[in-house]
Structure formats: structure tokens, C-alpha cells
Ligand binder design. Structure first.
Ligand SMILES: Nc1ncnc2c1ncn2[C@@H]1O[C@H](COP(=O)(O)OP(=O)(O)OP(=O)(O)O)[C@@H](O)[C@H]1O
Length: 334
């Protein structure tokens, strides 16, 4: 069966006109324009099944938005090919545009001077959404995101978070089968972020929608996507399970334990006696947090349980934020 979204060697190079200061060079550049080239996306290939929710992550300027713009048909690639729902996105066939939605958290699809309600009506007409469906959709999502009071406001007067909520409602209005979500929770408060994630989960299960999601809030990614694609400097450097990414970058586990009062002292050195290298992360009273290599977890746990009287004990993966921070900061290729 064909993939729902497929990209092969997708590349985009932007050409930026170079203008030096001064009238003479400004005049000269009219006749001999010079350009700098930025390879925003470089030979990116992937295949996504129908109904998958894939996190698309990478540091600022990595090429995420450019890739999504190509897939949604807003940009022509410089080279390479892609198909989505059986269409070539940049041909912008109306049948394709009706099947997809692109939400850019930092760019509004709403007309600045129109009220939210008018904008939603315009989108209803553009996509030919039946009135009954439109009303049901607004009632359901309007309540969930608490936008009733915003309906008569002009888009330009909305706060960032208010706008994000309205954009999300508009994005799903025509029940697209592919969603390109670029920072959908930008500016939303925590409650609204949670509601959006919950809604996306249910929506995906109900309609089998395929989603590519970028977000700098890792909780958006971890709660919705088991697969991530990591892009850095225009190159796709990882495509696989989120959990395997953690293992590759930080093959450690975090052990948290609380000791009874009556115990021999615990330090990384006391673990090292048993030949288990451990790193101290936190130590407050009887509560300790240690970092040990994945392969040493069982031995370290056994030793701790046999030698100490424990009140509480737990093993966890390192926080995904610290894994991602390591990748972004060190430019690691996975
Ligand atoms: N219209 C444009 N003209 C020239 N260069 C551009 C243009 N749009 C993006 N770029 C450059 O292309 C590269 C990739 O940008 P892109 O917006 O795709 O990154 P991103 O991963 O979405 O970043 P962020 O997380 O900051 O949104 C960057 O170097 C950016 O400066």
C-alpha cells in the first residue's frame, strides 16, 4: 500500500539578494544582482503511513517550516519529489488542498480586520463545509477551547494564545485527512495545551488523520508522537522511535530513591565499590537521584535494595528535554 506522505531527496535552497550599503551599490545590484544561497532543506527523504502522528523536531532554522511549506504546497522544492494523499503538493490541486490543513503558529491564516466568527464563516464557504457540520464543530471546539467570548473580536485584537486557539478550530473545520501543524500550541496556557493534545489524540483515533507536528514544547511531541524525525542544518539526522532517540543520545537511566533514617551513608563512591560507575545528580537529605548506565541499572538496583532500607525507589528515562538539549546544543548526528 502506498504511503500517505512520502518525500524523496526533497531539497530547498533559498536565494537571498545581496545588497551592500550605499546608493551606488544599490544601483549596481539592479543590473548585476548577486545572491547568497541558503540550503534550508537538503535531500530529505521519509515515508509516513496513514494515521501516523510524527513529531518533526530540530533547532531554530533547521528546516522544519520549509519542509512543511513544501508538503502543503506553499513552496516549490529546488529538487526532489514528494507525494501526499496521492498528489504532488506544489501542484496545489483543489482536491489536495481540501484534504490537508497547514497551521503555522507564528503566522495567522485569519484576516486581521475580520471578526473570528466571520473568518470561520469564510473558511466554511471556501471548503464547502455543510452548515450542520460547521455548527457542530463550533459548538464542540468552541466549548472545549472557551472561545465563545472571542467570536465577535477582530483577529488583530486577539492575544497570541487566543489566536492559536481560533487557528486550531479553523484548521480542523473541513476535517482534513492530513494535518501539518507547525507550533500549534504557541502562546497557549497549560490547560489549553492539554486540551489540544487530548483532542488531537481522539481526533486521530476517530478519523485516522495523518499528522506531522513541530513544536518546541517537548510535551506536545511526547504526548502525541511515538515517532520523531529530527532535522538539523537541513539534514534529516534521525527518523525513528522517540524512546530509541533517548537511548542513543543518553544511554542512562535515572534512579531515584528515598532512604530510611537508619542507613549506611550513600554516595556515588559506595556504588563504585561494586564496580558500578554512577553519577550524583541530586542529594537532599534522605532523597537521592543517581545516573547510571542503562546496562548497570539491574546490578545497581539490586545492590541498593540489598544494602539499604528504602522507603521509595524508582527508575526513569532521562527527561526528554535534556536529551533534546544535548542534541541541539552539540549538533549530534544520531
Ligand atoms: N523566505 C526565506 N528566504 C531566505 N531564507 C529563508 C527563508 N525562510 C527560511 N529561510 C532560512 O532557511 C533556514 C530554515 O528555516 P526554517 O524556517 O525552515 O527553519 P525551522 O526549523 O522552521 O526554524 P524555527 O524552529 O526557528 O521555526 C533558516 O536558515 C532560515 O533563515
Amino acid at each position: 500500500m502506498a504511503y500517505h506522505i512520502e518525500a524523496n531527496g526533497l531539497s530547498k535552497t533559498y536565494r537571498i539578494p545581496v545588497r551592500e550599503a550605499g546608493l551606488r551599490s544599490a544601483f549596481g545590484s539592479l543590473f548585476r544582482p548577486q545572491f547568497n544561497e541558503v540550503k534550508a532543506v537538503d535531500e530529505v527523504s521519509f515515508a509516513i503511513e496513514r494515521g501516523e502522528m510524527v513529531g518533526f523536531i530540530g533547532p531554530n532554522g533547521a528546516g522544519k517550516t520549509t519542509t512543511l511549506k513544501m508538503l502543503s504546497g506553499l513552496l516549490y522544492p529546488t529538487s526532489g519529489s514528494a507525494t501526499a494523499a496521492g498528489f504532488t503538493p506544489w501542484q496545489r490541486k483543489p482536491q489536495y488542498l481540501k484534504k490537508i490543513s497547514m497551521l503555522m503558529g507564528n503566522r495567522s491564516q485569519m484576516q486581521w480586520n475580520n471578526t473570528v466568527y466571520d473568518t470561520m464563516h469564510i473558511f466554511k464557504e471556501i471548503y464547502g463545509v455543510p452548515t450542520a457540520d460547521f455548527k457542530r464543530h463550533l459548538a464542540e471546539l468552541g466549548d472545549m477551547f472557551d472561545v465563545g467570548k472571542l467570536m465577535q473580536k477582530r483577529a488583530r485584537n486577539l492575544s497570541l494564545g487566543e489566536r492559536s486557539k481560533c487557528e486550531f478550530i479553523v484548521t480542523l473545520l473541513h476535517k482534513p485527512e492530513i494535518l501539518y501543524l507547525d507550533e500549534p500550541t504557541l502562546g497557549m496556557d497549560v490547560t489549553m495545551q492539554l486540551r489540544l493534545r487530548q483532542y488531537m489524540k481522539e481526533y486521530n483515533q476517530k478519523f485516522g488523520t495523518t499528522v506531522i507536528l513541530t513544536s518546541h514544547y517537548m510535551s506536545d511531541i511526547t504526548s502525541l508522537c511515538s515517532r520523531v524525525m529530527l532535522i538539523n542544518g537541513g539534514h534529516l539526522v534521525y527518523d525513528g522511535k522517540l524512546s530509541s532517540l533517548t537511548d542513543k543520545i543518553t544511554p542512562y537511566r535515572i534512579i531515584k530513591l528515598t532512604l530510611e533514617e537508619e542507613n549506611p551513608p550513600l554516595s556515588p563512591e559506595s556504588l563504585q565499590i561494586d564496580g558500578i560507575p554512577a553519577e550524583w545528580i541530586e542529594n537532599s537529605g534522605n532523597e537521592h537521584t543517581l545516573r547510571v548506565k542503562k546496562e548497570d541499572v539491574v546490578r545497581a538496583s539490586g545492590m541498593l535494595m540489598s544494602r539499604y532500607i528504602l522507603i521509595d525507589f524508582g527508575i526513569a528515562d532521562p527527561p526528554i528535554e535534556s536529551v533534546i538539549d544535548t542534541i541541539y546544543a552539540e549538533g549530534i548526528t544520531v
